[in-house]
Design a protein around this ligand. Structure first.
Ligand SMILES: [Zn+2]
Ligand SMILES: [Zn+2]
Length: 253
């Protein structure tokens, strides 16, 4: 399996904490940075996009992506998300006001993108991968994902405050190689983290006690300006599994 990090880290070069992963060149998870991180040729190879939730930092390049792939694909690219998330995309983004409705362009029978409802805890087979959404605890309906090929698995928690189920799933995954987890605000902003349903390093430490596996836990979703404050706070957890995810990193198993 080849996993490319597209944005995600809140690294110093990145002005925003835009979120996107690319698996085996074919499946994108979240679309906060697709068009910024990938060439058009690479974008055209994406056949499935799984969206975790409707917040802008996870979907904001979807419109430009649909325009870039327009005319280059034989089949519609499938946009997989919870029904609540697809409803937001239909009503507020691809509504002809913010962006044309590419689910009926060039025609309803031959569209550029197709919306596909997903259900938490059901597994979807695409591009030789098995992808399972798991509900997490965020301001809007949100899923993390377990991604497996025949051999290895990784888990992406997406944006979440304290949660249990995704850690249970991680503990039940013997071939787990990696967890990508969030920490969004410094410990001093615990109130903001609580109100916006995110984690601080301290809250992440509590969550990681639920993870029994010894795999690397790579942290994403830092606000870039908070990196210098949060790095020592993450190190203070004294959890050798924890390190920051790097921008444009490639992980191969
Ligand atoms: Zn969010
Ligand atoms: Zn986010």
């Amino acid at each position: 399996m080849e996993l490319r990090i597209l944005g995600c880290s809140g690294g110093e070069a990145n002005g925003e904490r835009l979120t996107g992963l690319l698996v085996n060149g074919c499946v994108a998870i979240d679309a906060g940075s697709l068009t910024a991180a990938l060439t058009v040729d690479e974008q055209i190879k994406i056949h499935h996009v799984f969206i975790s939730h409707s917040h802008l930092d996870h979907i904001c390049t979807l419109p430009f992506f649909t325009k870039n792939i327009f005319g280059h694909t034989h089949e519609a690219v499938e946009i997989h998300a919870l029904p609540e998330t697809l409803d937001v995309l239909r009503r507020h983004l691809f509504n002809d006001e913010l962006w044309p409705d590419f689910s009926v362009i060039p025609s309803p029978n031959d569209p550029t993108i197709r919306y596909t409802d997903i259900e938490a805890e059901r597994t979807y087979d695409v591009c030789g991968l098995r992808i399972t959404p798991i509900r997490v605890n965020h301001l809007v309906p949100c899923v993390g994902y377990k991604v497996e090929d025949g051999k290895d698995a990784f888990i992406f928690t997406s944006d979440t405050a304290e949660t249990d189920r995704i850690w249970e799933v991680a503990n039940d995954t013997p071939n787990l190689r990696l967890v990508i987890a969030e920490a969004s605000f410094p410990n001093e902003q615990a109130g903001l983290a609580e109100a916006s349903k995110h984690l601080t390093p301290d809250k992440l430490g509590v969550e990681l006690r639920k993870l029994k596996s010894d795999v690397p836990v790579r942290i994403y979703h830092l606000t870039p300006g908070d990196r210098a404050t949060m790095l020592p706070q993450l190190q203070a957890l004294r959890d050798p599994r924890v390190s920051l995810l790097d921008q444009d990193e490639r992980l191969i198993w």
